[in-house]
Design a protein around this ligand. Structure first.
Ligand SMILES: CC(C)(COP(=O)(O)OP(=O)(O)OC[C@H]1O[C@@H](n2cnc3c(N)ncnc32)[C@H](O)[C@@H]1OP(=O)(O)O)[C@@H](O)C(=O)NCCC(=O)NCCS
Length: 286
């Protein structure tokens, strides 16, 4: 442990902290379940501020290689905000990441904090969500919907390659974990897989993401697959602000409930295309 003030300690997060961390996300109105904290920690690392044995702040990060990471779940307990804890945890997070470029999706409250550490705005992510009634009528399917099928085990290498092309770093651990807890669909053209989407339990229901495709039409077909498969459940999808999917999702019954600002410190890895991220894995994972 690193003593920081008389009563606040900063230390690494471990699985034994999950129960103590859950009230933190609940206190700021985030829908994380204990399982969601567990997945997030299992895929990365975290640092906590602890006061009198109680977890009062968190910051997690996910290094994808030795050049690039994302970070998130940066939360300071409401009663402890405005006392420099956010800054303190960012200092630890940046030191732990060495020279890596770091991407995050910031709430309005976090932007000043991140800008002070050299993060700059590069885009937006929009959160669409709703309970979809079981008898939901989706807009007429496109002819391409027939090209969507459930992913098989032997699709994994292709899914990983497409995801890397679109994200800029290999995410084997994340994709493997998402497939363990959720399910994937792929879209084929001429017997070749050209895109995929994963849907997994998260928060109040199910979250669709990542969605990686070569066109908006293909992204829609992939998303529609899960809107149909999961109708009757609470569904969430976080889309790139430039994806062109916002109005369409709203028309499907999933309105835009808020946006966050994508910020990067350093440089985001270049992506060669044409594979592109339409829906992020989550606001934290990018
Ligand atoms: C964002 C958050 C982590 C900041 O933590 P904090 O401990 O209150 O921040 P600090 O006291 O270290 O302040 C750091 C800077 O952020 C600014 N800041 C803090 N809270 C702010 C708010 N609500 N609105 C605008 N700026 C804010 C401070 O003014 C300070 O800037 P300054 O040094 O130039 O004055 C905290 O408000 C929080 O947990 N919010 C709810 C969850 C959230 O939105 N997290 C961000 C997810 S990306």
């Amino acid at each position: 442990m690193i003593p920081t003030t008389a009563s606040i300690m900063v230390r690494a997060m471990t699985p034994s902290d999950l129960d103590g961390a859950l009230p933190l996300s609940q206190a700021v109105g985030w829908p994380y379940r204990r399982e969601d904290w567990s997945v997030a920690l299992g895929l990365g690392q975290g640092v906590l501020a602890v006061a009198d044995g109680r977890i009062v702040a968190s910051a997690l990060w996910w290094p994808y290689d030795d050049r690039f990471a994302t970070c998130g779940i940066i939360i300071v307990s409401p009663a402890m905000q405005g006392r420099g804890l956010g800054r303190m945890l960012m200092d630890h997070l940046l030191a732990a990441n060495g020279g890596r470029s770091i991407l995050l999706n910031s709430t309005e409250e976090g932007r000043c904090l991140y800008a002070a550490f050299g993060f700059r705005d590069i885009g937006t992510v929009h959160q669409h969500q709703a309970w979809l009634p079981a008898d939901t009528t989706l807009t007429p399917p496109s002819g391409d919907d027939g090209q969507v099928r459930s992913a098989r085990l032997d699709d994994m290498p292709t899914i990983l390659r497409i995801d890397e092309n679109a994200f800029g770093a290999r995410r084997t651990k994340l994709i493997t974990e998402f497939l363990r807890i959720g399910s994937a669909a792929v879209i084929e053209r001429n017997d070749t897989v050209r895109g995929f989407a994963i849907c997994r339990p998260f928060g109040l229901g199910q979250a669709i993401g990542p969605v990686v495709a070569r066109s908006t039409e293909d992204a829609r077909s992939l998303i529609r697959h899960f809107l149909q498969a999961k109708a009757g459940e609470f569904l969430r999808i976080d889309i790139d602000g430039e994806s062109g999917l916002g109005d369409w999702l709203t028309a499907q019954g999933l309105p835009d409930v808020g946006a966050v600002t994508t910020m990067v410190r350093g440089t985001r890895p270049p992506v060669p295309g044409p594979d592109r991220i339409y829906g992020v894995a989550s606001q934290s994972f990018g």
